[in-house]
Ligand binder design. Structure first.
Ligand code: DX5
Ligand code: ZN
Length: 218
């Protein structure tokens, strides 16, 4: 399983060094949580911060837009160095147009669904998507408890992709640590986001390795 440490749980006063630390500890991607204080009741970072830390790693930047009207900002995040841009189905932009815009910029498009949003909402867009992100917490904050009842949604998505011969990555985002990653691995999650589970771990490399090997446990 690929691991994308979420910077929301890092030391913001030295974000560049924190990126180097998890890169050297074996991370596969870097997950950057963008929040606008409207779509979610929290404010974090924008394109300027992402551009500022871009030079610290070659790892893919997995940019998670928790903002209203994401279509308006795709160019700004693409210019800032995003490799994957994921946005919420509930965020008010035309979903097909936003996916098309991300793909037109040569980036990978992801559609995110909140816990209360059924998996079927993303079905019409699967053929244009690189990734679907299943939120396993309510978006807005790190350090929340993993919602294991979201795992059947992953199974529904995997079944639909298999039925249509699509190879869409499924990412789980929220509350994933050594204690909860087994449930995600059991349903075939491809990429797990972990903020607290990685940045608050005593041994960062060991925490990342444990999550990466979770889908290899017998
Ligand atoms: C929550 C964010 C998640 C969060 C993950 O809105 O989208 O990426 O930062 O952090 P943990 O792993 O601490 O739940
Ligand atoms: Zn996220």
């Amino acid at each position: 399983m690929k691991v994308a440490p979420s910077l929301l749980s890092c030391d913001f006063s030295k974000m560049g060094e924190e990126i180097v630390r998890v890169d050297q500890a074996g991370a596969d991607l870097i997950h950057l949580d963008v929040m606008d204080g409207h779509f979610v009741p929290n404010i974090t970072m924008g394109p300027a911060v992402i551009a500022g830390v871009r030079p610290y790693t070659k790892l893919p930047f997995d940019v998670h837009l928790m903002i209203d009207d994401p279509l308006k900002y795709i160019d700004a995040f693409a210019d800032a160095g995003a490799d994957i841009i994921t946005f919420h189905a509930e965020a008010g932009s035309d979903i097909a147009a936003t996916i098309a815009k991300i793909n037109a910029r040569g980036l990978k498009a992801g559609l995110v669904i909140k816990p209360k949003t059924p998996a079927e909402v993303v079905f019409p867009y699967l053929s244009e998507l690189y990734m679907v992100v299943v939120m396993t917490v309510e978006p807005g904050f790190g350090g929340q408890s993993f919602m294991a009842d979201m795992m059947p949604k992953v199974t529904v998505l995997k079944e639909e992709c298999r039925r249509r011969g699509l190879s869409v990555q499924i990412e789980a985002d929220g509350g994933i640590s050594e204690k909860t990653v087994g449930a995600a691995a059991a349903v075939g999650v491809d990429i797990c986001v972990s903020g607290t589970g990685v940045f608050k771990a005593k041994d960062t490399a060991a925490a990342i390795r444990f999550l990466q090997n979770a889908d290899r446990k017998g």
